[in-house]
Design a protein around this ligand. Structure first.
Ligand code: 13P
Length: 250
């Protein structure tokens, strides 16, 4: 079993000052939790101050996105080597990027490969929309996104996959543990087919979508769910630490 990962995606929230306050509040409570990899993903502009506020604590820092090119005339973008100096994780292919910034499977694939090349651990996000779920296509949408994202990727040794059904994000309507587990099984078997059972078995599979301290046990109790990608609840130090604690076994 991989070490579970509990990652907080702060999205477009927190000023630099607020990010420092939140990171400082998280530092000690998260440090007290063992057996879980804890990650916070602030906005780009706060990566450095959050890294400094966490200091030598056991909590890792991640970015929420990046460009796939190393450098060049891409005004406003941030490259993998720039991030590699600041953090160790990067969220890739979040549904909000796919939806609002037109990221295709091809773009997501280029980003996954660039992240791996730069030594960053990608948290690759996949997930179906409401209509796709209602029409019975959830599993095929997710596995097709996964295959697309992993094209020409040789090794998944440092990859984590986050299953985030779009209809569960920010809605307060989390998936049931059972429904999330069913998709995780499909993800795991696709990874097995592509990379073998051992590599697939070692890949952390995170659930995301309205995770709270009240419902996290339902996910942490599933055999194929090894972590959570948390949005709203990660902006509150106490709630985020409680979620991480439950993945550590209480
Ligand atoms: P919420 O936890 O706010 O639903 O967000 C989930 C998410 O998108 C994390 O990446």
């Amino acid at each position: 079993m991989p070490t579970p990962i509990v990652a907080g995606n702060w999205k477009m929230n927190t000023t630099v000052g607020e990010a420092v306050t939140l990171a400082s509040a998280l530092r000690d409570p998260l440090d007290a939790i063992e057996g879980v990899e804890k990650v916070v993903c602030p906005p780009f502009v706060s990566l450095l101050v959050v890294k400094n506020a966490l200091g030598d604590s056991s909590t890792a820092v991640g970015a929420q996105n990046m460009h796939f090119e190393e450098r060049g005339a891409y005004t406003g973008e941030v490259s993998p080597p720039m991030l590699a100096d600041l953090c160790s994780y990067v969220i890739i292919g979040h549904s909000e990027r796919r939806q609002h910034f037109w990221e295709t499977d091809e773009v997501v694939n280029r980003k996954v490969r660039a992240a791996l090349e730069a030594g960053l651990r990608p948290i690759l996000c996949v997930g179906e929309g409401l209509e796709e779920r209602e029409e019975g296509y959830a599993e095929s949408v997710v596995t097709s996104q996964l295959r697309g994202a992993l094209r020409r990727v040789d090794s998944i040794a440092t990859l984590a996959v986050a299953y985030e059904p779009i209809w569960a994000i920010g809605t307060g309507m989390a998936a049931t543990g059972e429904a999330a587990e069913a998709i995780m099984v499909a993800i795991r078997s696709t990874l097995s087919e592509l990379y073998g059972d051992a590599a697939a078995g070692e890949t952390p599979l995170l659930y995301g979508g309205s995770v709270t301290p009240d419902n996290v046990a339902e996910f942490a109790g599933q055999p194929n769910i090894t972590g959570a990608l948390v949005g709203g609840a990660s902006l509150d130090a106490g709630r985020f630490a409680e979620i991480a604690r439950q993945f550590a076994g209480g």
